[in-house]
Design a protein around this ligand. Structure first.
Ligand code: NAG
Ligand code: NAG
Ligand code: NAG
Ligand code: NAG
Ligand code: NAG
Ligand code: NAG
Ligand code: NAG
Ligand code: NAG
Length: 246
C-alpha cells in the first residue's frame, strides 16, 4: 500500500513528460474528452438537461443534436487507452496540486489566527475582522486535518515543495553570484549607481534566503543529486522496484 502512491507519482511524471514532449496535444485531447463526456452525461439526464436548457425544448434539442454529432469523436477518444489513462493521471495531478494549494492556504490562515500580533496587523486592529478570520480558520480546520492526514497528498506536496526549493535555490545562487561580481553588475545595470544600490540591497536579502535553504543538508543533497533537474524521490525507489520485478 505504501508503495502505490510512489508508483503512481512516477508514472504520472513520465506521462506528463510525454505529454509535454508531444506538444500540448494530450492536454487538449483530454479537455475535449472531458467536455464531450460531460455533454453526453448531460443529454442522458433529463433533469440536468432541463436545467441547462432553462426548460427550453429547442435548446434541449440543440444540445442533443450537438452530443449526437460528437458521439463518434467521443467513442474514438475513449477507445484510446493511452489517452484515457494519461488524462486520468493529469486530472489526478491537477487535483493534488489543488489540494497542496488548499492545504497551504488553510495552514497560513491557521497560523495567522493563532498569532495575535500578525492578526492585529492584518486586520488593522479591527476585532470584528479578526473574529471573522478566526471563524474562517476554524471552519477550515477539519479539512486541513483531512489533507494533512492523507499520506498520498502529503507525499506529493512534500515532493512539490522540494522541487520548488531546488529551483529557488538555483535561482538565488545565480543572483548572489552575480551580486558578488562587480564587473557583471556594472555591465547588467549599465553602471547606473541607483539601480545597482537597489540591486545590492535586494541581494543582501536574497543572501539570507539562500543561506536558509543551504542550511538544509537534506535539501542540498537532493538538489545536487538531481543536478538542478529535480526528480521526486519516489522515482528512484520505483525504478529499482521495477528493475527487480522485470
Ligand atoms: C492515443 O493518444 C495518445 C496520447 O494523446 C496519442 O499519442 C496517440 O497518437 C493516440 N492514438 C491514436 C490511435 O489516436
Ligand atoms: C441528473 O442531474 C441532476 C441535476 O444536475 C442530478 O442531481 C442527478 O444526480 C443526475 N442523475 C444522474 C443519474 O446522474
Ligand atoms: C428557446 O431557445 C431558443 C434558442 O435559443 C430561442 O430562440 C427561444 O426564444 C427560446 N424560447 C423561449 C420560450 O424562451
Ligand atoms: C507572529 O507574527 C509576527 C508578525 O508577523 C511575527 O513577527 C512573529 O514571529 C509571529 N509569531 C510566531 C510565534 O509565529
Ligand atoms: C471593522 O470591520 C467591520 C467589518 O469589515 C466593519 O463593519 C467595521 O466598520 C470596522 N470597524 C472599525 C472601527 O473600523
Ligand atoms: C487521499 O488523497 C487521494 C488523492 O486525492 C485520494 O485518491 C484518496 O482517496 C485519499 N485517501 C483518503 C484516505 O482520503
Ligand atoms: C529540508 O528539506 C527536506 C527536503 O525538501 C524537507 O523534507 C525537510 O522538511 C527540510 N527541513 C527543514 C528543517 O526545513
Ligand atoms: C564576472 O562577470 C564577468 C562578466 O560577466 C565574467 O567574465 C567573469 O568571469 C565573472 N567573474 C567571476 C569571478 O565569476
Amino acid at each position: 500500500m505504501k508503495f502505490l502512491p510512489l508508483v503512481f507519482l512516477s508514472l504520472t511524471t513520465s506521462a506528463l513528460a510525454r505529454g509535454g514532449g508531444g506538444g500540448g496535444s494530450t492536454k487538449s485531447q483530454c479537455k475535449a474528452l472531458g467536455r464531450l463526456t460531460s455533454l453526453a452525461a448531460l443529454v442522458s439526464n433529463e433533469t440536468a438537461l432541463a436545467e441547462a436548457s432553462h426548460n427550453n425544448a429547442t435548446r434541449a434539442e440543440a444540445l442533443k443534436a450537438k452530443a449526437s454529432t460528437a458521439a463518434t469523436m467521443l467513442t474514438t477518444l475513449q477507445a484510446n487507452v493511452t489517452l484515457v489513462s494519461a488524462c486520468a493521471e493529469i486530472a489526478a495531478v491537477s487535483a493534488m496540486e489543488d489540494a497542496c494549494e488548499q492545504m497551504s492556504r488553510f495552514a497560513k490562515l491557521e497560523a495567522l489566527a493563532a498569532n495575535a500580533t500578525a492578526l492585529g496587523a492584518k486586520t488593522d486592529g479591527n476585532a470584528t475582522k479578526a473574529e471573522a478570520l478566526k471563524a474562517k480558520a476554524a471552519a477550515g480546520a477539519a479539512e486541513l486535518a483531512d489533507l494533512r492526514g492523507n499520506a498520498t497528498i502529503a507525499a506529493f506536496c512534500a515532493d512539490q515543495k522540494t522541487k520548488d526549493d531546488c529551483k529557488h535555490l538555483a535561482k538565488l545562487t545565480k543572483e548572489v553570484a552575480l551580486a558578488a561580481n562587480a564587473t557583471a553588475v556594472q555591465a547588467k545595470f549599465d553602471g547606473d549607481a541607483d539601480r545597482i544600490a537597489k540591486f545590492q540591497q535586494r541581494a543582501a536579502k536574497t543572501q539570507g534566503k539562500l543561506a536558509a535553504l543551504q542550511g538544509n543538508a537534506t535539501l542540498m543533497a537532493i538538489c545536487a543529486e538531481s543536478k538542478g533537474e529535480y526528480r521526486p524521490a519516489g522515482v528512484f525507489v520505483v525504478t529499482v522496484r521495477l528493475k527487480l520485478l522485470c
